[in-house]
Design a protein around this ligand. Structure first.
Ligand SMILES: Cc1ncc(COP(=O)(O)O)c(C=O)c1O
Length: 342
């Protein structure tokens, strides 16, 4: 069953946190597809960064448009106006920035170039639930934004998603599309539609977790802060870049904890050393343009992506990682990097 009291509760909680109308759906990818379709995108090009998860590109392709990949800024690993304008072409129908690793893409600046050019902004906020900039939660400033609730996310329902919408009219369109084009009770349908509904079971899990959202975000901040502090004394590595999000009205909600090794060629060796100590690491993210059908030869068009992606290493990161475990990871990383440096 779907669309019952738990779904309503989840949507009320989410709408209250984000300050805009929301519609729950079956995944973050489904949310991107719904947002693109509800905003009338069905062809042409959609500008999106290559550094990110492949779902953003798949969603663009699923609505019949072509992803036009842009680079990211070395300051925050998100695309900003400079990168988007460098990729601009004759047939751009939307911009789809990604809040990578919980870092907010510069939404006000992106909105302003989108408004000038008459296209919508669809924010991929799947990794940024809980991030806020100057009091505005990620997902609340775009025309539409998608959140995902896969188990590696800040809050999870196994699978699930949510579309934040700029107004109620857009939210109604998203809801209709997510539910077979249904316009009312019984057999009343109009236009296209999908089954991208969230189930009541998932919504019940989501609603109960949403009540703890602040605690979940703070727990992750605590672990990230500990890593940041301890990594200060380690050579051969830097933190992945982020704008200054200090102050009460700003906050980064950590999706995963990524460091940048000084040299890409160290990465396999470091991963092996850590694996030998029972420490699992991840590769967030290879460029989307590395994979078919989006592959393009590295050729300097995406210089920041191409130089940073091979240096990225995700360290173990979950909210109940203990201080001792963080210390152990940093110690092993330090030892491995000392070998690389010697
Ligand atoms: C940036 C980004 N976009 C989209 C998605 C897709 O979300 P889902 O797996 O819920 O479809 C993810 C999931 O990992 C993601 O990280």
């Amino acid at each position: 069953m779907s669309g019952g009291p738990y779904t309503r509760q989840l949507e009320e909680l989410a709408s209250e946190s984000l300050g805009v109308p929301v519609v729950s759906c079956s995944s973050g990818t489904a949310g991107l597809i719904l947002a693109l379709r509800a905003l009338g995108v069905s062809g042409g090009e959609v500008i999106t960064p290559s550094l990110g998860f492949i779902a953003s590109a798949h969603a663009i392709r699923a609505v019949g448009a072509t992803p036009k990949f842009c680079d990211v800024s070395a300051e925050d690993l998100c695309c900003g106006p400079e990168e988007v304008l460098a990729a601009w072409g004759d047939d751009v129908r939307a911009i789809l920035p990604v809040d990578l690793l919980g870092v907010p893409a510069p939404m006000s600046a992106l909105k302003s170039i989108a408004i000038d050019r008459g296209v919508p902004v669809i924010e991929d906020a799947c990794e940024a639930l809980g991030t806020r900039v100057d009091g505005d939660p990620c997902g609340s400033l775009a025309d539409a934004a998608s959140f995902g609730f896969y188990p590696n996310k800040i809050l999870t329902m196994g699978e699930g998603g949510l579309v934040a919408c700029r107004d109620q009219e857009l939210a109604n369109r998203v809801r209709q599309l997510a539910n077979q084009g249904r316009t009312g009770p019984g057999f009343s349908f109009e236009g296209e539609g999908y089954n991208f509904r969230l189930t009541e079971l998932q919504a019940a899990l989501g609603a109960s977790q949403w009540l703890d959202l602040e605690e979940r975000v703070s727990d992750r901040i605590r672990v990230a802060d500990q890593y940041r502090e301890q990594l200060k004394s380690v050579s051969g590595v830097e933190l992945s870049p982020s704008p200054d999000l200090s102050g009460e009205r700003n906050r980064r909600s950590w999706f995963t904890f990524v460091v940048l090794l000084d040299k890409a060629e160290w990465r396999d060796h470091v991963r092996q050393d850590l694996a030998d100590s029972g420490i699992e690491t991840g590769l967030y993210f290879p460029p989307i343009t590395q994979f078919k059908p989006y592959d393009q030869a590295p050729g300097g068009d995406l210089p920041v992506t191409e130089s940073i992606s091979p240096r990225m290493l995700a360290l173990p990161f979950f909210p109940d990682l203990s201080s001792l475990e963080v210390e152990e990871v940093v110690l092993r990383l330090d030892r491995s990097l000392q070998n690389c440096l010697s």
